[in-house]
Design a protein around this ligand. Structure first.
Ligand code: NDP
Ligand code: PMR
Length: 400
């Protein structure tokens, strides 16, 4: 496997003599940035170079806390009932490593945010927060295993027991199983990548929507992390296997893999494709949320591609040669590389920057780290598919 540069280069991409890509890719470059921002020919050059919490009736051990102090984030009003400026409260899933951890740090160190780190491994999250110097009063670790819908529901109950408002939700956690020969499954029997990355987050976001509606925070946001590799209007999205949800028949049948497919499109299991499909689901879900709830709630729904953070744990299941070559490949060949710290700042920006309040947007960054509204692929912006995905997902997670 490894990078296998030659064999992985999609056959569908042709380069014209004048250095421009073929028509289907004309609008995009390696970094997912519209080519109108780039000098002509750059595309081919790249290729050639190729807690605290309120103690209520908590079940022992259900959640753990760092402190038990009165927090200005909860104490929002003066005696007159007049609002005081308060810290924002943000839940970040998968904040125990990589992008989620870097984002938690970026937000916590402003002193303006209390970060609820929603993680499957409590101890790992605690250690990560400490080693990143996130101070106690700025975070709480709560257990969340997105591969179990019971755990998602338990997490929401535990969050409610904290007595905090919810202002921003960042759906960041993900698994990627590029080398798996056979599918593995969530507690409810859904293929693991789509079950975790999409269905777990779908239920979480739906259950927490009312909390966000009730928040009086000035700018409420629901962010779902997407990716360039789910967007087939980019070169990265054309590296096989390509994302393709088909007619959603596998999803509708429950992704169970027993006498039915574990893949959304009903095809044979492919771990890399399942991940990319799950990212398409993330981006479609964000837009469907926007269509259904933005006007009514004022919540901004957004997705993003933070750049290629080639050093994170996402690639833990890839072969060692891939893990060795992928960071220099992204740094020096595609130039799509971004450090965990920089990517964390980008996601923190989407979660909190007063200039990024627009809803229904898929954010990306150009080389100077300036954010811009990027274009999603045809499939990732298909409104009808988004609606059907929503309805099927509702049934699978027990909301309909
Ligand atoms: P990491 O593996 O470092 O982070 C993923 C996080 O998800 C980990 O904290 C992991 O927990 C957590 N997680 C996995 N499964 C579950 C689960 N069942 N329940 C709760 N948490 C879980 O990878 P990244 O930081 O790279 O990934 C973060 C996001 O960024 C993902 O959505 C990914 O798709 C996206 N992304 C990443 C890119 C990259 O180049 N790396 C590019 C584009 C998008 P634990 O620490 O316990 O393993
Ligand atoms: Mg990709 C041209 C730019 C570019 C960018 C920005 C990425 C991002 N990749 C690019 C190009 C290529 N990649 C090319 C030309 C190849 C063939 C050599 C290639 C290969 C490749 C592999 C095998 N790339 C990969 C893999 C993975 O296993 C990663 C993946 O698909 O994870 C789902 C990956 C990625 N490339 C990216 C990004 C951001 C990833 C991983 C993360 C993600 O989408 O979440």
């Amino acid at each position: 496997m490894a990078l296998q540069a030659a064999s992985l280069l999609p056959h569908s991409i042709s380069i014209r003599k004048n250095g421009k890509s073929n028509a289907s890719l004309r609008e995009t470059t390696f970094s997912g940035i519209s080519t109108s921002n780039h000098p002509a020919g750059e595309f081919s050059n790249y290729l050639i170079r190729s807690k605290e919490f309120r103690r209520r009736e908590l079940p022992l051990g259900a959640i753990r806390a760092q402190t038990a102090t009165v927090d200005p984030a909860i104490d929002q009003t003066t005696t007159e009932g007049k609002k005081t400026a308060r810290k924002g409260n943000v839940i970040i899933t998968g904040a125990s490593s990589g992008l989620g951890l870097a984002t938690a740090k970026a937000l916590a160190e402003t002193g303006e945010w209390h970060v609820i780190m929603a993680c499957r491994n409590f101890l790992k999250a605690e250690r990560a927060a400490k080693s990143f110097g996130i101070t106690k009063e700025n975070y709480t670790v709560l257990h969340l295993d997105l591969a179990s819908l019971d755990s998602v529901r338990q997490f929401v109950d535990n969050f409610h027991r904290l007595g905090r408002p919810l202002d921003v939700l960042v759906c960041n956690a993900a698994v990627y199983q590029p080398t798996a020969k056979e599918p593995s499954f969530t507690a409810e029997g859904f293929e693991l990548s789509v079950g975790t990355n999409h269905l777990g987050h779908f239920l979480l976001a739906r259950l927490l929507l009312d909390d966000m509606k009730q928040s009086d925070y000035q700018s409420k946001r629901l962010i779902i992390v997407g990716s360039i590799t789910g967007n087939t209007n980019t070169l990265a999205g054309n590296v096989p296997p390509k994302a393709n949800l088909g007619d959603l028949r596998g999803l509708a049948a429950g992704l169970a893999g027993l006498n039915s497919s574990s893949m959304i499109d009903g095809g044979e299991f492919d771990g890399a494709k399942a991940y990319k499909d799950s990212k398409v689901c993330n981006m479609l879900t964000m837009q469907e949320f926007h269509r259904r709830y933005h006007e009514e709630t004022g919540i901004a729904f957004a997705s993003l591609y933070p750049g290629c953070i080639a050093t994170t744990g996402l690639f833990r299941e890839h072969i060692p040669l891939f893990r060795l070559l992928f960071p220099p490949f992204q740094k020096y060949i595609t130039k799509g590389y971004v450090s965990e710290e920089e990517a964390g700042k980008r996601l923190a920006q989407v979660a909190s920057d007063p200039s990024l309040t627009k809803s229904g947007v898929y954010w990306s960054w150009n080389k100077n780290s300036a954010s811009f509204e990027n274009q999603l692929s045809k499939e990732a912006s298909d409104a009808e598919k988004a609606r059907r995905l929503w309805e099927i997902s509702e049934k699978l997670v027990g909301l309909a």
